[in-house]
Design a protein around this ligand. Structure first.
Ligand code: TMP
Ligand code: MG
Length: 295
């Protein structure tokens, strides 16, 4: 049995892995492996894709939540931000609600959360401290993934509706921010005293990852020869993160389903090629990356 067939058999035996079209997945892995690392690029979401949803039974922080943990920011911020998440996160994750209805709600959430943050006087220096004491964690295996992609010079785009300044600190505290990694996210704007006064550029929320700066930039066109894509996400909106890729030969999408698993499984398997449920590791992604970059 060849090694790709063997891996497919192993995936079939994992109860938390769901695949709609096994032939497509096998064929796509074979094609990507045949073309080798020079043709590959990776596009990944950050919160709950590169980071864990849960660790030891506790929900881990997203970029925004990092700022709510600890006591660096005023109490009113924590109370209000928690209220906002308790209102809007269930709506983001509700499989019954169509995307068209979710979009205005997500814009509302991000606008309120960002306006609120701008009243808190966050300093650049305090972000590192907040990250260090936070519950935000990269998935087990992320360090290997980042190092391996860097060793093989495979570009990785991290496209996040979180907060770029926080995300970069999470990566540098728990792994290495290599030169092959490009981050597109919401970056804070600071005044001359290094106090946060708002955000730069257009807001990125979970459902506009197909219409942001990266798609108008030369990032994807400059990678024209890398026509094989592995896309990693945890939300339905993440599936559009690579829409700007000019030439696609093979695309494999891998979705982490972390919450409302039973209710969302059908939707996720209809959209993502591979769905990984309630798994806080990068093990399956890494085994596929290892395979396609070594054969
Ligand atoms: P992502 O696109 O990198 O996954 O980041 C978006 C996540 O951030 C999304 O799942 C919702 C979450 N979020 C918060 O936890 N708090 C907030 O205030 C906002 C605006 C988003
Ligand atoms: Mg996410």
């Amino acid at each position: 049995m060849d090694i790709i067939q063997k891996m497919i058999e192993e995936l079939r035996n994992q109860k938390h892995v769901h695949i709609r079209d096994w032939d497509y997945v096998k064929r796509t892995i074979e094609n990507i492996a045949k073309d080798g690392p020079e043709k590959l690029q990776v596009v990944a979401d950050f919160d709950r894709t590169l980071t864990k949803y849960m660790s030891n039974g506790t929900i881990c922080a997203t970029c925004h939540k990092v700022l709510e943990e600890g006591d660096h920011l005023p109490e009113f911020y924590r109370t209000k931000a928690t209220e906002l998440r308790d209102t809007y996160f269930p709506l983001e994750m509700n499989p019954e609600l169509p995307v068209s209805e979710k979009i205005p709600l997500m814009i509302e959430w991000w606008t309120k959360a960002h306006d609120l943050l701008a009243t808190c006087g966050i300093t650049k220096q305090s972000i590192r401290k907040m990250v260090e004491s936070s519950t935000a964690q990269l998935r087990d295996g992320c360090v290997w993934l980042f190092d391996h992609l860097h060793d093989l010079d495979i570009p990785m785009l991290i496209f996040s509706a979180g907060i770029g300044d926080v995300l970069e600190e999470v990566i540098s505290v728990h792994a290495t921010h290599h030169s092959n990694m490009k981050v597109v996210s919401n970056y804070m704007a600071f005044d001359e005293c290094d106090r946060m006064v708002g955000f730069q550029g257009d807001m990125i929320h979970v459902y506009n990852k197909n219409e942001n700066a990266i798609h108008d930039s030369d990032y994807f066109p400059s990678l024209e020869k890398r026509s094989n894509i592995m896309l990693l996400g945890d939300g339905i909106g993440d599936l559009h993160m690579a829409d700007g890729v000019t030439h696609v030969s093979n695309k494999l999408t891998i979705g982490f389903l972390n919450v409302k698993i039973e209710e969302s499984l059908e939707l996720y398997t209809s959209k993502y090629d591979i769905v990984i449920c309630a798994d806080e590791t990068m093990d399956i992604v890494n085994s596929i990356i290892k395979l396609v970059t070594s054969t």
